[in-house]
Ligand binder design. Structure first.
Ligand SMILES: [Zn+2]
Length: 142
């Protein structure tokens, strides 16, 4: 385990996404526009017409991911994760009319009615993600 300590919290960003807006792309774009490098996501709810995510499928040293695309009426119940060096890494909890899913949020996930998302900037943290020998992301000081 590696531990990194930020100096405190900065700006609070509240996003209101509307129909046909893309979740990950919108968050990434807004963080870039605001110059926010590191943040925690504190809330994310809404409804989706399309969800794209990946999930692990086994215990190999290097992860073997399965990519899933759903195009149904979908409830977005949660996004959790951190933004490091401008790049969000969020996992989501979603459900359609029959099943609940979890996984790593991918591009092309699209709002049907709305999404309300809040993020809080972490100040005084200079990290980047690098891939280790097993293609797993780890944090490193910049
Ligand atoms: Zn992930």
């Amino acid at each position: 385990m590696r531990t990194f300590i930020g100096e405190g919290l900065g700006r609070v960003v509240v996003l209101n996404l509307q129909r046909d807006e893309k979740v990950l792309e919108s968050i990434r774009g807004q963080l870039a526009e605001l110059g926010i490098k590191n943040a925690i996501i504190t809330s994310a709810i809404g409804s989706l017409k399309k969800a794209v995510f990946h999930r692990v499928t086994g215990f190999e040293k290097s992860p073997v991911d399965e990519f899933v695309t759903l195009e149904n009426p979908i409830e977005l119940a949660s996004l959790q994760g951190v933004v490091i060096d401008g790049e969000p890494h969020f996992h989501m909890v979603i459900s359609d009319l029959g099943t609940t899913y979890t996984g790593h949020l991918e591009e092309e996930t699209t709002v049907v009615y709305l999404a309300e998302i809040s993020l809080v900037e972490i100040k005084g943290l200079a990290l980047k993600r690098v891939k280790d020998e097993n293609n797993i992301a780890v944090f490193e000081e910049k």
